[in-house]
Design a protein around this ligand. Structure first.
Ligand code: IDP
Ligand code: MG
Length: 133
């Protein structure tokens, strides 16, 4: 079994889509191992998104992720990292396929409702980032 980090982002929490999105994970056979609803500081968002620090959208992205409550979850399934990326859909909801979370709920490339780790290495790092006791 593989684990990955999923985040329900502020735009989705604000629209009360938490339960619907969790249901989509459960229907695809994911187990939600741990979850917590938190709001992070901008400095934490900057650390979390450090890989994007040279991108033009970095500042807005960090402001946004820290703008309201988020739900962070460790989700588990065989091949969870790739399966979660498939279920999330493309970064830009306009390009996301039918049946994906971003197609269904995403508003725009920045307000795209969910985050998911993109590699084994990053899944470990991101799980530690939020759940290391
Ligand atoms: P991902 O979330 O699909 O992995 P990344 O390329 O890792 O996409 O980008 C991280 C987040 O940064 C995206 O989910 C999105 O919210 C935001 N983002 C990515 N590209 C752009 C852009 O061109 N403009 C504004 N925001 C962007
Ligand atoms: Mg990414």
């Amino acid at each position: 079994m593989e684990q990955t980090l999923s985040i329900i982002k502020p735009d989705a929490v604000e629209r009360h889509l938490e339960d619907e999105i969790k249901q989509m994970f459960l229907e695809k056979g994911f187990k939600i191992v741990k979850e917590k609803k938190i709001q992070i500081e901008k400095t934490e968002a900057e650390l979390f998104y450090q890989v994007h620090q040279t991108k033009p959208f970095y500042n807005d992205l960090c402001t946004y992720l820290s703008s309201g409550p988020i739900v962070v979850m460790i989700i588990e399934k065989e091949n969870a990292i790739k399966e979660n990326r498939n279920l999330m859909g493309a970064t830009n909801p306009k390009d996301a396929e039918e049946g994906t979370i971003r197609k269904k709920y995403g508003i725009s490339i920045d307000k795209n409702s969910v985050h998911g780790s993109d590699s084994v290495e990053n899944a470990k790092k991101e799980i530690d980032f939020f759940f290391k006791d």
